[in-house]
Design a protein around this ligand. Structure first.
Ligand code: HEM
Length: 145
């Protein structure tokens, strides 16, 4: 079942609140990503000023907002980034983990503000990303892992 209006609002609100309490969450997101997948850190060595990491996170969040709204451009972006990332050495199954790392980081930053309803809404959204990514990977003939 697709996301309800209430679930969409909960996700939007959680992203707004992260900006309120933590400002730019990029350093937290990448610290968590590299703790979970240490082999991914070396891929960003050329990104000395953090611009690429910041841009990647903002594109991923734009995908989240597009998924909550018209779904006009995220599926296309995901399709092309799946191929780009696969060529970089990031297979689709790892690509998908980024959205989960973003959610886990936001959950940690919001502490007690993160309710069971917010958690359930994000879980549904992540399921939709997983499905989209798996479908696009198959269509492009990319090995999932
Ligand atoms: C754990 C998962 C991921 C890893 C390890 C990863 C890794 C990378 C790396 C190493 C680069 C730099 C490429 C270069 O040097 O040219 C990059 C760029 C980028 N990634 Fe990811 N990526 C992941 C997930 C995602 C996701 C889910 C999106 C969704 C939108 C995304 C969007 C982008 C974009 C737009 C860029 C270009 C940024 C720029 O050059 O300004 N990535 N990614």
């Amino acid at each position: 079942m697709s996301l309800t209006e209430q679930e969409k609002q909960l996700i939007e609100k959680s992203i707004e609140r992260v900006a309120d309490v933590a400002g730019d969450p990029a350093s937290h997101v990448y610290a968590r990503l590299f703790a979970q997948q240490p082999e991914m850190e070396a891929m960003f060595v050329l990104d000395t000023d953090g611009n690429v990491r910041g841009h990647m996170l903002s594109e991923a969040l734009d995908c989240v907002f597009d998924f909550l709204g018209p779904r006009a451009y995220a599926p296309v972006l995901i399709q092309s980034e799946l191929t780009n990332h696969s060529n970089l050495g990031v297979p689709p199954a790892v690509f998908a983990t980024f959205f989960r790392v973003v959610m886990e980081t936001f959950r940690e930053l919001l502490g007690a503000e993160w309710t069971a309803e917010t958690d359930a809404a994000w879980a549904k959204l992540l399921g939709e990303f997983d499905t989209t990514i798996a479908e696009h990977a198959e269509r492009s003939g990319l090995a999932l892992v």
